[in-house]
Design a protein around this ligand. Structure first.
Ligand SMILES: [Zn+2]
Length: 108
């Protein structure tokens, strides 16, 4: 009897939880493009290695990165604009991040 419940919990953890988490952490609300500052219907996903996902804007072809865990880590290259998704993640609040090692970058 108890075995069936455990299997059910196992299926939930393996199959359903990642899907739920994926939906939660990729909100439907998209940021404005940091390159052309326009709202877009959607972006091309170039590289989806959660939490760092790289997008390309269909309007200006600008590329940018969104960190879906709220904070870039030391692997960030800062070669294109970087946004971070802030808590609560599902609401789609984005913050433009700056390279902490280059505070004086002239481009806004
Ligand atoms: Zn754009």
């Amino acid at each position: 009897m108890g075995g069936g419940i455990l299997i059910g919990i196992g299926i939930y953890l393996v199959l359903i939880y990642p899907v739920y988490r994926g939906l939660k952490l990729l909100p439907m609300i998209l940021p404005r493009c940091p390159c052309c500052t326009q709202f877009q219907q959607g972006f091309h996903i170039l590289n989806a290695e959660w939490p760092r996902i790289r997008f390309r804007c269909p309007t200006c072809s600008g590329e940018f990165v969104i960190w879906h865990n709220g904070r870039p880590d030391s692997s960030e290259t800062w070669e294109c604009p970087v946004l971070a998704l802030k808590w609560p993640y599902a609401l789609g609040r984005y913050k433009r991040m700056k390279n902490p090692e280059q505070d004086l970058t002239p481009n806004a």
